[in-house]
Design a protein around this ligand. Structure first.
Ligand code: G
Ligand code: G
Ligand code: MN
Length: 590
């Protein structure tokens, strides 16, 4: 019995085993069939895609669901030099952010980490394994469950075109556009006193005649040879060489204090060129005229070049192979009021006036929320002229109105630029003189300019000094009201210096009181100043105005005045007035 039972369970087990095997067999068969069918379908789809991709000008890969390359179109093969290969054992590397990654890893990570089906990575880089060459690309990925399509747009041509714009066609030295850009950058540094600059303009003498003698090709050889020679002076920090046009070259030399060294360098260049070219039949001697301008304080970057050209012209006038130095007179060189008076007329047209920006800081938020626009006159001969010298002259001559319009235009344009570049909003305060306010059409012009620039009036504030505000109360009040109704803010500048009556102050439509620097200069030691400033802040707040304290130069001042409840601060402690590029850097940092 026992024995039988054992046999019995054994046969039962055998039967179950057979049934299971049969089921498994059919299941496997079904799955394999299904898989084949899916594969066939995928293959069909992929085949259709391949046909389209074969003729595409974009480089395309198809990766399998396991991220193996199963197809590369012709453009891709060309791009990766895969023409003779039938298998794709080389996986190119790409750089989308900082790291280089294998393309398959990247695609795998990106498609697994997101539900999206399409991905775009503009301005990425591609590198083929074992090569150093980086190709600028736009990268697109389209994924489905069964395969991934990777499309690569090769941007090399675009990049080259862009580069070409800034290089001389023949010699490939940076050209005059690059020179102007570089000079602009150097120029803003110079204003902060960090950099000195010498501009050296070099012209190969008598070049058109030379070309007539030796022919176009040979003349080009000389131009290229000279370019390569100048390049030997270039090091990344202090000397740059440019081929500005035809037979003209430019060197910029940074932070070389010794004029003697600059002259020596120029003389060496002249000597070297003399050795360049010898044709036995024609005794040909090459020479170069050079003009140098050396700046401690500067004009605009265009002016840097203009003066170097002037020096060059001077050299050429004297004959071949000469060297002239054009030096701007040093800062604070003597000028008479009459001389300024005479040059004011053209100064605006010549772009000698430049708007600087000084940040205004919100005390609580500790952030830049506004800026004051402060005009600077950089005279081509006298260098930097302080506003308290030239503003009275402008007022006397009536040019202050033109300057005011110029500043307005510059600031409005700048605001729109910041808007378009996505900078955070900062309100800009524009100083205005009583003469401007009194002119007919002042408010109309502001209104017109706001419309023309489509500028939000909240971004603009006008500062009028207390002294000016007192002089012709009625006119000023009327004009300020009109400005306010346009949505602009008003700030009463130099407050505390002008003895405004309380009744007038109450009527005065200011949003902001700006406490004069003279109360701040000695505030740390002077208790009377401390009491006055406290009282002024309270007074302003009681009238519903916000308070700016200017002339903040130390941390102690910041702390003391913040404790009085002042709303905004401005002063060298935070920053000096800066050219727009420098100011922008501050905006970026905050
Ligand atoms: O910028 P400080 O940097 O030295 O300026 C001195 C004075 O010059 C300022 O107090 C200001 O009143 C005046 N000022 C600066 N820029 C302008 C401007 O654009 N217009 C007028 N009217 N005055 C200005
Ligand atoms: O228009 P207003 O008088 O507000 O112009 C401000 C003037 O004060 C400008 O000339 C500006 O350069 C100057 N200024 C701004 N901050 C400081 C500072 O902290 N110290 C000194 N000495 N001058 C300053
Ligand atoms: Mn001011």
């Amino acid at each position: 019995m026992e024995f039988l039972q054992i046999i019995d369970t054994d046969t039962q087990f055998n039967n179950i085993f057979i049934y299971l095997s049969i089921i498994l067999f059919f299941l496997t068969f079904y799955l394999i069939r299904r898989k084949n069918k899916i594969e066939q379908e995928v293959n069909k789809k992929v085949e259709v895609l391949k046909k389209a991709f074969d003729i595409s000008e974009e480089s395309i890969f198809i990766l399998s669901d396991k991220y193996k390359i199963i197809y590369a179109n012709k453009t891709m093969k060309n791009l990766l030099n895969l023409n003779k290969k039938t298998t794709f054992d080389i996986m190119p590397k790409i750089k989308v952010k900082k790291e280089w990654e294998s393309l398959d890893t990247f695609v795998s990570n990106i498609t697994k980490s997101s539900k999206e089906k399409s991905f775009t990575f503009p301005r990425s880089k591609l590198r083929i394994n074992n090569t150093k060459k980086e190709i600028p690309i736009n990268l697109f990925i389209n994924s489905s469950t069964d395969y991934n399509v990777v499309t690569i747009q090769n941007l090399t041509k675009e990049y080259e075109q862009k580069l070409n714009k800034y290089r001389h066609k023949l010699t490939l030295l940076p050209n005059k556009f690059q020179a102007l850009m570089d000079l602009n950058a150097i120029y803003s540094k110079m204003h902060l006193g960090q950099t000195k600059l010498a501009v050296v303009m070099i012209s190969i003498d008598n070049f058109s005649q030379l070309r007539a003698i030796i022919g176009y090709e040979q003349a080009n050889v000389i131009l290229v040879k000279f370019a390569r020679y100048l390049e030997t002076f270039v090091d990344k920090t202090s000397i740059n060489a440019y081929h500005t046009c035809h037979n003209n070259y430019l060197l910029t030399i940074l932070n070389e204090d010794s004029q003697k060294n600059i002259l020596l360098l120029c003389q060496n260049i002249q000597k070297e060129l003399g050795l360049f070219y010898k044709l036995d039949s024609i005794k040909l001697h090459l020479s170069a005229s050079i003009g140098v301008s050396i700046y401690a304080q500067t004009g605009s970057s265009q002016q840097l070049l203009d003066n170097a050209y002037k020096a060059l012209a001077e050299s050429e006038k004297k004959g071949f192979g000469r060297l002239t130095i054009y030096e701007t007179k040093k800062l604070n060189s003597k000028y008479t009021e009459l001389e300024l008076y005479n040059s004011v007329h053209e100064a605006i047209d010549k772009n000698e006036f430049i708007v600087y920006y000084q940040p205004i800081i919100d005390v609580k938020a500790k952030k830049i929320v506004a800026a004051e626009a402060l005009i600077r006159w950089i005279h081509p001969e006298y260098g930097f002229i302080p506003p308290d010298v030239f503003i009275p002259i402008l007022e006397k001559t009536g040019f202050i109105v033109d300057l005011g319009r110029y500043v307005l235009e510059e600031v409005f344009t700048q605001q729109k630029r910041w808007e378009s570049f996505g900078f955070k909003e900062v309100q800009v305060a524009i100083n205005m003189s009583l003469f401007e306010i009194e002119t007919e059409g002042f408010v109309k012009n502001v209104e017109h300019k706001l419309k023309e620039h489509k500028l939000n009036p909240k971004l603009i504030k006008f500062e009028i000094t207390e002294g000016a505000a007192m002089k012709s109360e009625k006119v000023v009040l009327k004009q300020l009201m009109a400005l306010k109704s346009l949505g602009l803010s008003i700030s009463l500048d130099d407050f505390g210096t002008g003895y405004t009556s309380f009744s007038y102050l109450k009527k005065f439509p200011a949003d902001i009181l700006k406490i004069d620097k003279s109360f701040i200069d000695h505030i740390i030691k002077n208790e009377e100043d401390q009491r006055i400033v406290k009282a002024m802040i309270e007074l302003g707040h009681n009238l519903g105005m916000k308070i700016i304290v200017e002339g903040i130069e130390t941390k102690e001042m910041v702390e003391m005045i913040a404790s009085y409840g002042c709303d905004y601060m401005q002063g060298y402690f935070f920053s000096k007035p800066l050219p727009v590029f420098e100011f922008q850097e501050l905006l970026r940092k905050r």
